[in-house]
Design a protein around this ligand. Structure first.
Ligand code: PGA
Ligand code: ZN
Length: 431
């Protein structure tokens, strides 16, 4: 189609959900099509992630992106102008080679992420397609099962919970919209329970829109979820299952080589026993980052022990990078991977990572970041890649609902949509 050449690449300041600056990139083609992309930002970041470049100094509390914007304008945009916008892999390769480092530390993973997404959107718009259609093609009709983090802990909340995320998973829904209805009912029921038990201060929300009640113990949070599911009229397990993201790097102490959780110091084998007990007591189907990001052996152990019943998911472990996934595959470290574009920095590398995982029989979960924006691109990506799973927070806060609302819209655009439901999980959760 004529006019596919990139005409301009512009960078702008934007704000993320934590009130921190981020970068927005807008790509225009000669045909008049436009596409934008916004870089999200993590709090519990893995040490192997692409580097997020910030200015330092006093302005914007050190988090300015002026340097990144200057690199975009002076070094990156001139190389992209004139390139066919549909050549995503060429564009991403160019970004990787302009950067020249293994972790995007010279031009910034925030720059490459926003640019890569903007190029994909501009290409879909140029072709008159939605991003999910452009990236996924005609075969895509699977809507993902959402994992909704409705109690926040760890570095995402001002409470004492060590575990970062407590998620409900509406596996028994009939459609994506139905999944949202059930989730909203459970979320609202939880709010009432929290207000009654702990007072109004318990319904403040954390970074991902989940409540951040003054709890300390893991079991208390899981009990509340079960109570909310039952209270909303659903069967824990069959209708709504549970998941946790321990983000264990955050409560691991390298000096004492122990994990600080529920007022105790646990060794890795003790923590594994603890997770196993939780899996016996609750309808748990998902555990993410159960150990810190360099304890590959413990990942292997938990997958050996619980992998036939639960998804054991690597987030900080892999940071969406095929290089680390290969190590995980050799070790059988997990049976699932978390997928965050900005952990690796380009769409093409993200797609390669998902394919590598899938070819090896692993599940993939497309994910937001705790500092996110109104950009719903990951909703399109989850449908395009047919992952059947998405993790994008509570059904509250605009940066989270942007993704859910987009999925509701996508479901309405597909002729015969299918909802993943319980299918991505290894076995039926215990009720
Ligand atoms: P982050 O948390 O975006 O703060 O890294 C999300 C996660 O750990 O999955
Ligand atoms: Zn995580």
């Amino acid at each position: 189609m004529a006019g596919a050449e990139i005409l301009s690449v512009k960078g702008l300041y934007a704000l993320n959900s934590r009130g921190h600056p981020t970068i927005k990139v807008v790509v225009a083609t000669r045909s008049g099509a436009k596409g934008y992309g916004l870089a999200p930002s993590g709090a519990s970041r893995g040490e192997r992630e692409a580097v997020e470049l910030r200015d330092g100094g006093r302005k914007w509390l050190g988090r300015g992106v002026s340097r990144v914007l200057a690199i975009l304008e002076n070094e990156v945009a001139p190389r992209l102008v004139g390139v066919d916008v549909t050549r995503q892999r060429y564009v991403d390769g160019l970004l990787i080679s302009i950067d020249g480092t293994p972790n995007k530390s010279r031009i910034g993973g925030n720059l490459t992420t926003a640019t890569s997404i903007a190029v994909a959107r501009a290409a879909s718009s140029h072709l008159g397609l939605e991003p999910f259609q452009y990236i996924g093609g005609v075969e895509r009709r699977l809507l993902p099962t959402p994992l909704l983090n409705i109690i926040n802990g760890g570095v995402h909340a001002g409470n004492k919970l060590s575990i970062q995320e407590f998620m409900i998973i509406p596996v028994g829904a009939d459609s994506f919209l139905d999944a949202m209805r059930i989730s909203v009912e459970v979320y609202g029921t939880l709010k009432e329970i929290l207000k009654e038990k702990y007072g109004k201060q318990a319904i403040n929300v954390g970074d991902e829109g989940g409540f951040a009640p003054p709890l300390e113990y893991t079991r208390d949070a899981l009990d509340l979820l079960v109570e909310a599911i039952t209270g909303a009229g659903y069967a824990p397990g069959a209708d709504v299952a549970l998941g946790i993201d321990a983000a264990a790097s955050q409560f691991y102490d390298q000096n004492s080589q122990s994990y600080s959780i529920d007022g105790k110091q646990l060794t890795a084998p003790e923590l594994l026993e603890y997770y196993s007990a939780l899996a016996d007591e609750y309808p748990l189907v998902y555990i993410e980052d159960p150990f810190w990001e360099n304890d590959w052996e413990s990942f292997r152990e938990i997958t050996r022990k619980l992998g036939s019943r639960l998804l054991i998911v690597g987030d900080d472990l892999y940071t969406t990078n095929v290089r680390y996934l290969r190590k995980g595959l050799d070790l059988h470290a997990t049976n699932a991977v978390l997928v965050k574009i900005n952990q690796v920095g380009t769409l093409s590398e993200t797609i390669d990572f998902v394919h590598e995982a899938k070819w090896n029989g692993l599940r993939a979960i497309v994910s937001h970041r705790s500092g996110d924006t109104e950009d719903p691109f990951i909703a399109d990506l989850s449908v395009a890649l047919g992952t059947g799973l998405i993790k994008t927070g509570a059904p509250a806060r605009g940066e989270r609902t942007a993704k859910y609302n987009r999925l509701i819209e996508i479901e309405s655009m597909i002729d015969s949509p299918a909802y993943a439901g319980a299918r991505p999980f290894p076995s039926k959760p215990k009720g």
